[in-house]
Design a protein around this ligand. Structure first.
Ligand code: SF4
Ligand code: SF4
Length: 380
């Protein structure tokens, strides 16, 4: 009997020369944020601390990503509740860069050898004091700001605010005020059905107009990441291709590997409940290409914002156009897309090429090369 010979090379699990391993080192958390994405499917607290070993992770990296630059994001739950595992990883991988996503409430308790290995910390905060305390708990805003101030002298890396832009009541001053405490401010529009009541898209647009106006003033880079990223993509599109192969900039289609405490791998940290998206397993040492890929149902290629947005959030697109969840499409995906298109129009009004031409070289370099783009989703 004639045998069939497989000649095609296996599809690579990741594209791009860098791979972000986002490790949910624990699913425990010390806060109960009202909109926690891990609440969906009861993921939060469904497991406790990581049960695979740093050596198992090393074997996984060696087998699948040995020829790439790997960097690690400590994620959760709340990763400051499992610093022991974080430190074990830092010792096992002395050459890798580390990032951490945290709620910021325990930052000042972290030891120097832990803080000293972090290239960046993403600190969740929801804008101003009122909205942060309403969603995260009373006193959280002040505690986070105090902790960030306290660790500054012990933290050689950068500290980035990560805003979930939850409320139509969030003001320009709420976001601008955080630039006084953080190196960068990233915001993401809330992915929640109740976040866009009538009028709230317009109030966000009014804030975006001011943020973008402020961005184009003066000769220093205004460190609001989604505006930086959108301007960079318009001016230097090759960076988008380099960092995420021209696909969604959260890297969920290309080079982001989320590892659950039990070692299971999924592409998107907000859809760990979706068994059909299982992508690999650190303990069993296998991984495949992300199942969250653009499909013909997804309308991005015809969108006027595609050249700088490149598909924003694949979760929103997947739920809206692949799963055909019309409620999600009309209440979440479409309002967010309209805000992104608006951002692009506002940026164009300010003639970004002329602005870039008059910026000092050091500020241009920051716009194009800042490492913060590798640690967050870039687009909102
Ligand atoms: S704005 Fe929406 S439709 Fe347009 S490219 Fe971005 S995600 Fe796709
Ligand atoms: S931006 Fe990317 S990682 Fe974040 S929820 Fe959307 S698909 Fe998932």
């Amino acid at each position: 009997m004639q045998k069939t010979i497989e000649t095609s090379a296996p599809e690579p699990a990741v594209v791009c020369s860098r791979v972000e391993l986002q490790l949910l080192t624990t699913l425990q958390c010390n806060l109960r944020c009202s909109y926690c994405s891990l609440g969906e499917g009861d993921v939060l607290a469904s497991q406790r601390n990581a049960t695979y070993t740093p050596d198992q992770l090393a074997a996984f990296i060696e087998k699948h990503f040995g020829d790439r630059e790997v960097y690690i994001t400590l994620y959760g739950g709340e990763p400051t509740l499992n610093t022991e595992f974080g430190l074990a990883l830092m010792r096992r991988f002395p050459l890798l860069r580390f990032n951490m996503q945290t709620n910021g409430t325990l930052l000042s308790t972290l030891p120097d050898d832990f803080l000293g290995r972090l290239s960046n910390i993403m600190v969740s905060i929801d804008g101003g004091e009122k909205v942060t305390d309403d969603t995260r708990g009373r006193g959280v805003y002040r505690r986070v700001i105090e902790n960030v101030t306290a660790i500054r002298p012990r933290m050689p890396g950068t500290i980035t605010a990560r805003i979930t832009w939850w409320s139509g009541g969030t003001s320009f001053e709420d976001i601008d005020g955080l630039t006084g405490h953080f190196d960068y401010v990233y915001f993401q529009f809330a992915q929640e059905r109740s976040a866009y009541p009538p009028g709230s898209v317009d109030s966000r647009k009014a804030v975006l107009t001011k943020l973008i106006e402020r961005f184009f003033e003066g000769d220093r880079l205004y460190p609001i990441v989604p505006v930086m990223g959108a301007v960079r993509n318009k001016l230097v599109p090759s960076r988008l291709n380099e960092l995420s192969a021209g696909m969604t900039q959260c890297r969920v289609s290309t080079n982001l590997i989320n590892v659950m405490p039990d070692g299971k791998v999924y592409p998107c940290p907000d859809m760990l409940y979706a068994g059909e998206l299982l992508q690999g397993d650190v303990v069993e040492n296998w991984v495949r290409r992300s199942p969250l890929q653009p499909t013909p149902d997804i309308p991005c290629r015809e969108c006027g914002a595609y050249h700088f947005c490149s598909g924003n959030c694949m979760k929103n697109l997947y739920l809206a156009y692949v799963k055909k969840n019309d409620e999600w499409r009309t209440k979440v995906t479409e309002p967010i897309c309209s805000l992104i298109r608006f951002m692009g129009e506002e940026i164009d009004r300010h003639d970004p090429a002329a602005w870039y031409a008059r910026m000092p070289l050091g500020e241009r370099r920051k716009l194009v090369e800042e490492h913060v783009y590798e640690f967050c989703e870039v687009m909102p």
